[in-house]
Design a protein around this ligand. Structure first.
Ligand code: SAM
Length: 283
């Protein structure tokens, strides 16, 4: 079975012939542009024999490229019809392993790999990437395609409008680099917004364990963006943690942070220092 991944008409005909539908709620958009597919795989810088996870292989457009390059691919696909097609397409290829089901639920049981690639379903992109980081599943290099707005959040720096808890979560483990913008016309069906490819390179200190409160703290400080960190932190201490609210002021002082700042002004190092102080205070 051969599939022409560059032609919307041929993909449509294949789907129809095999009784397969496209489900919007699964974020199903096929990347039709072969040059873009090639450059995404190149950005991964993986070599023959390396293991790579692919999230959302769809009908296998990226998968076939990865396999051609001699990579050992573990592909996570939710759609049962696509999974059946993938099994038929890559049957007998010892480098191909399919993990069928919702990747949010299946990935924890799978052996780690140094590389991750995916044209991510838009509705799970942020939750999935944050989950990997918060649960300590690190990859040496990640190349993902996400909605442009999500890409901008991933790469945002302190003080910018796009800077969010997700920016800090990404920066806590990776150096984030924006790659090419991919116009919606490059996909079938055409999504409403443009996408962007993002490269995440593992930081040398990523595996150093962060205090248990680090990620909940980051989320809490961003929870009411317009509030000062003093106000958000007071809520984090009490009632959330049952610690006297006054201790929040002590924690800020010990971390040399101005409580009148907002989360959007804090650097990764500021969040890390505050989390360390809170841990040392035993809260
Ligand atoms: N890789 C293909 C490509 O580039 O043309 C398809 C990418 S499409 C944007 C996203 C894929 O993720 C679809 O195949 C969809 O069925 C799959 N998907 C959606 N939600 C998923 C989930 N929770 N777990 C695993 N796969 C999922």
């Amino acid at each position: 079975m051969e599939l022409n991944y560059n032609s919307a008409a041929e993909l449509r005909a294949f789907l129809d012939k095999n009784g397969l539908g496209m489900r919007k709620k699964f974020g199903q958009n096929f990347l039709l542009n072969p040059a873009v597919r090639e450059s995404l795989v190149r950005a991964l810088e993986a070599e023959a024999g390396d293991a790579v996870w692919e999230i959302g292989p769809g009908l296998g457009a990226m998968t076939s490229l990865l396999l051609e390059k001699g990579l050992a691919v573990r592909a996570f696909e939710l759609d049962a019809g696509f999974a059946r097609t993938l099994r038929e397409l890559f049957a007998g290829n010892a480098d191909f392993t399919l993990v069928e089901g919702d990747v949010l639920k299946t990935w924890t049981a799978e052996p780690p790999a140094p590389y991750l690639l995916g044209n991510l379903p838009y509705n799970i992109a942020a939750v999935l990437l944050a989950g990997f980081i918060e649960q300590g599943r690190f990859f040496k290099r990640i190349v993902v395609t996400v909605q442009r707005e999500v890409a901008l959040r991933m790469a945002a720096v302190p003080g910018s409008a796009d800077y969010s808890s997700f920016s800090v979560v990404c920066a806590s483990a990776y150096r984030v680099k924006l790659l090419m913008i991919i116009k919606s016309a490059s996909f079938y069906p055409r999504p409403n917004v443009d996408s962007q490819a993002v490269l995440l390179e593992l930081r040398e200190d990523a595996a150093h364990k962060r205090p248990a409160c680090f990620y909940p703290l980051v989320r809490r400080l961003f929870s009411s963006r317009r509030k000062t960190i003093k106000n958000n932190l007071t809520g984090f201490f009490s009632p959330e943690r049952g610690a006297p609210a006054a201790m929040a002021l002590e924690a800020l002082e010990k971390s040399a942070l101005d409580g009148n700042k907002r989360a959007e002004d804090l650097t990764l190092e500021d969040f890390a220092a505050l989390a360390k102080t809170i841990e040392d205070m035993g809260i």
